[in-house]
Design a protein around this ligand. Structure first.
Ligand code: TRP
Length: 329
């Protein structure tokens, strides 16, 4: 069995893009691999969440993970900050990570541009912590989106560097893992790029049916097809992309044909789309609420996950310390 590690930061609720782009892949992997799925709450500290919000954010994402079908009896589901071994490995890896290479990371350069008044050292060493998350379980596969590929390349480099430095064949080099063509990018409702947590263009798994209807009805479209057989504009194509994922074949076919013959009514299409999204999200939403109401269950899942994750992580850190040269007196 191969080992899989992946994490989601605890900033903001999961949306349709997270669900179809990431979580559904986790579900497919969880039975055939040894999986570690965690909530990257240390990583979320780079944005300085208020103490009163931190716990609630972690709890929400944990409930959402479970509501989507991640099975804590099969996969190890845990919270990053429950595994202090990760921070020890992070410290050790920091000694072999060079400031120059960290400063050249795309995500860091973007942060400098976007939040010039909060360029903390945690942002600079973000890829080192991520590498520690992954190699502490000696992972082979890391299911992540395209935006994380550079971080994963750095993970491989840190693993390789450690092996070279100490002349060992200890850490495997993990691969970014996606399902090729099946990797779906869900666009936002504002007619532009992909659905995001902070772009205000998303549908969240926790949204009520009324909220979803309202958001979909407000989605950007255009003035209608100018001539029969015309290709849909960007915003309209986005609606078709979402429809392709959530609706029946016959529904997609119906609206595709209506578009081609210029008979489409976007209002009708949006109404249908909203109902089909609700069919996907509503069972999840009701499970999210059930799980959030059952604190005992959540506490049990979290402590069981922490125990399993620590078992694997502490073995690695023990061995790494030995390789580095820490010896008992
Ligand atoms: N950096 C990832 C993101 O922003 C989250 C993350 C942290 C992660 N540690 C990880 C993903 C380890 C995969 C493996 O999406």
């Amino acid at each position: 069995m191969e080992t899989v590690v992946s994490g989601i930061r605890s900033t903001g609720n999961l949306h349709l893009g997270n669900y179809f782009g990431a979580v559904r892949n986790f579900l497919k992997m969880q039975r055939e691999n040894k999986c570690y799925f965690f909530i990257a709450d240390y990583h979320s500290l780079t944005t300085h969440p208020k103490p009163d919000d931190l716990h609630g954010n972690i709890k929400q994402v944990m409930a959402e993970y479970l509501a989507c079908g991640i099975d804590p009896e099969v996969a190890t589901v845990f919270i990053q900050s429950d595994v202090p071994e990760v921070t020890e490995l992070y410290l050790l890896l920091n000694m072999n990570a060079y400031v120059g290479e960290l400063e050249r990371t795309t995500s860091f350069k973007e942060k400098i541009r976007r939040q010039p008044d909060n360029i903390n050292a945690g942002l600079l060493t973000y890829p080192v912590l991520m590498a520690a998350d992954i190699i502490v379980h000696k992972a082979n596969k890391v299911p992540v989106g395209k935006d994380q590929e550079q971080h994963l390349e750095m993970t491989r480099r840190f693993a390789r560097r450690f092996n070279m430095m100490y002349e060992v064949d200890y850490f495997p080099e993990p691969d970014a893992y996606n399902f090729g063509k099946q990797l779906i990018k869900i666009p936002g409702l504002d007619g532009t790029g992909k659905m995001g947590k902070s772009e205000g263009n998303g549908i969240f798994l926790a949204d009520s049916p009324a909220e979803i209807r309202k958001k979909v009805m407000k989605a950007v479209t255009d003035a209608g097809p100018p001539a029969p057989g015309h290709k849909p504009s960007g915003p309209v194509k986005n609606l078709f992309t979402i429809m392709n994922v959530v609706s029946d074949r016959s529904t997609v076919k119906y609206f595709t044909e209506k578009y081609a013959t210029c008979e489409i009514r976007y209002g009708e299409m949006k109404k249908q789309l909203a109902e089909d999204i609700i069919k996907v999200t509503d069972p999840i939403r009701s499970r999210i609420n059930d799980i959030l109401a059952d604190n005992k269950y959540l506490a049990r899942v979290v402590s069981q996950g922490a125990e399993k994750a620590r078992e694997s992580a502490s073995k690695t850190v023990r061995e790494v310390r030995e390789i580095i040269g820490y010896r008992p007196f």
